[in-house]
Design a protein around this ligand. Structure first.
Ligand SMILES: [Fe+2]
Ligand SMILES: [Fe+2]
Length: 185
């Protein structure tokens, strides 16, 4: 299946309720382009390809929304940075989105989920490996290039890197994240 995002950044369709800065829009475009490129390289079917691209396009749609709004939408009481995924999923469901793979990919993209299919795992990798992030440019580019050849292996490495970072920084770990690691290590 050909690329779904060849028309470029300015045509990234975000929902009317999206709240994103210009910088964030660039991140969303890069994540989506990476997912699209992997889907093309892996020759996945049209339905899953669409799910990957939609998950990338929508995952941070409320990343710059006020914390109170995210708390109200998600109904969750936990760290502010982890609320935007559940908040977007809640709004998408309200609008009639029924694709479980897209909803779960978006909902859990910050913490991970052991129940994820490939869409959730692909988004989790793309969010971390997109080329606009400053850290580990060479290692991350290497991993991004290897996703089509070793999807599960790269996923494990990305998850491990993110867990190691969380531990080093003294962040708390979510039960879903630990369960995910135990399922794939
Ligand atoms: Fe995010
Ligand atoms: Fe993101």
């Amino acid at each position: 299946m050909p690329s779904l995002v060849d028309d470029g950044v300015e045509h990234l369709r975000l929902p009317a309720w999206a709240q994103v800065s210009d910088g964030r829009r660039g991140h969303i475009a890069r994540v989506t382009a990476l997912l699209d490129a992997w889907a093309v390289a892996m020759r996945i079917d049209a339905e899953e390809h669409r799910a990957w691209v939609d998950a990338g396009r929508l995952h941070d749609a409320l990343r710059d929304a006020p914390e109170a709004e995210l708390r109200a939408l998600s109904g969750l009481d936990r760290e502010a940075e982890t609320l935007h995924g559940p908040a977007v999923a809640a709004l998408l469901e309200r609008e009639g989105e029924r694709r479980r793979s897209v909803l779960d990919a978006v909902r859990y993209h910050t913490v991970g989920s052991p129940a994820w299919d490939r869409t959730g795992r692909a988004l989790y990798m793309a969010d971390f490996l997109e080329p606009g992030r400053r850290f580990w440019p060479r290692d991350r580019a290497f991993l991004a290039a290897h996703v089509p050849h070793d999807f599960d292996g790269v996923f494990r490495q990305v998850l491990r890197a993110r867990l190691e970072y969380s531990l080093r920084e003294g962040h708390s770990l979510f039960p879903e994240t630990v369960e995910l690691w135990n399922a794939v290590r």
